[in-house]
Design a protein around this ligand. Structure first.
Ligand code: ZN
Ligand code: ZN
Length: 367
């Protein structure tokens, strides 16, 4: 039985998002059909729009930070049934790549994807699903192992945030470069991901959590989520200020959630001896950075710096998503406070504009 729905679609490069009627085939073997309840609006969707599809074929179904209810399951699906509440993971380990085979699924090279089963109703064109999800839609089809069951008491309009922004930031702090108790930490860029790094640093009992941004509003948010110190990078040299706050020697961990050369370089220059810089922010195509390797004080070599890149918090969704839900339910992870606006599917373009203006921490589309 085919399903019908409505979705926010990028029909062509350079166009705004348009609402379209869609049809969905029954989920195939190992797949599930999810009726969406809520979807966060993430910067990556904006990148897909602004970078003309980021390599995906048009038309493109946006959205990858969603939660919903299982409507139907395909052949062989035993872990889920209709009515189950789920959060959709965009990186569910494949169980077949070299990393998965050596028992390290957090470093999986690929991710499980569903067969393309969603079409634009007016002409039958198959939709590409952003990050194998496609959550700006009343319904979507995903791989069953990418649909992570939530506890019944978990509100889905908050649970959706776990799927991208929150797992990326908290996971960077707990998985990619695990913070030790008593560490000094700096976070460059205090949007949804940076705020989540701050929450992860607090969960890991960091000593100083230093938030760096250009926006006073974001620095205010950072304090509310656990930053012990804030540095406005427009007022003087943020590297000198961070090093001074961090006992005069620099930070053990610097997380960079902007993706531009300046903050990438600043985060590395803020490290204490043998510290680790973690790069989360999405860079522009062909972007280069200048690294000082040889300076006797702060050069990468003499400072014995470790540089890491974090995708999706190096998550193992089946383990990490229920954990984050539990931490929320226990009052240790703030999600309600991250939602600064709610909206509807027909107002996605406005949500993107608000994001570009820096006015929101997270907008959530409610279906
Ligand atoms: Zn995202
Ligand atoms: Zn794998």
């Amino acid at each position: 039985m085919p399903y019908e729905g409505r979705a926010a679609v990028l029909n062509e490069a350079g166009r705004d998002v348009e609402l379209e009627d869609i049809t969905l085939e029954d989920p195939g073997p190992g797949e599930v059909l999810v009726k969406m309840v809520a979807s966060g609006v993430c910067h990556t969707d904006l990148h897909v729009k602004n970078m003309n599809g980021m390599g995906m074929a048009f038309p493109i179904l946006l959205g990858h930070e969603g939660a919903g209810i299982i409507e139907a399951v395909g052949e062989g699906v035993t872990n889920l049934k209709p009515g189950d509440p789920v959060v959709i993971a965009y990186r569910a380990p494949c169980e077949q790549c070299p990393a998965c085979l050596r028992g390290d699924p957090r470093r999986c090279w690929v991710a499980l994807r569903p067969k393309q089963r969603i079409r634009r109703k007016r002409d039958g064109a198959l939709l590409s699903q952003v990050l194998r999800c496609g959550t700006f839609s009343t319904h979507t089809v995903v791989h069953s192992k990418a649909a992570i069951k939530m506890p019944a008491e978990m509100p889905l309009d908050k649970a959706c945030l776990i799927a991208c922004g929150v797992i990326t930031g908290v996971g960077a702090a707990l998985n990619t470069a695990p913070i030790f108790a008593g560490a000094n930490v700096a976070v460059f860029g205090c949007g949804g991901v940076g705020i989540s790094v701050i929450q992860g640093a607090k969960l890991a009992h960091a000593k100083r959590i230093i938030a760096v941004d250009l926006s006073e509003r974001k620095l205010e948010w950072a304090k509310n989520f656990g930053a012990t110190d804030v540095v406005n990078a427009s007022q003087g040299d943020p590297v000198a200020r961070v090093r001074e706050i961090a006992d005069g020697v620099g930070v053990d961990f610097a997380y960079e959630a902007v993706g531009i050369p300046k903050t990438i370089e600043q985060s590395i220059a803020s490290l204490a001896y043998a510290g680790t810089a973690v790069h989360i922010g999405l860079p522009e195509d062909e972007q280069h950075v200048n690294l000082n390797f040889g300076n006797m004080d702060t050069g990468v070599y003499w400072n014995k710096a470790t540089i890491k890149v974090c995708h999706c918090g190096d998550a193992l969704p089946s383990n990490d998503f229920p954990l984050l839900a539990q931490l929320y339910l226990q009052g240790q992870l703030k999600l309600d406070e991250m939602v600064t606006a709610t909206t509807t599917l027909d107002k996605v373009n406005e949500a993107f504009h608000a994001m570009e203006g820096g006015d929101v921490l997270r907008s959530v589309i409610l279906f």
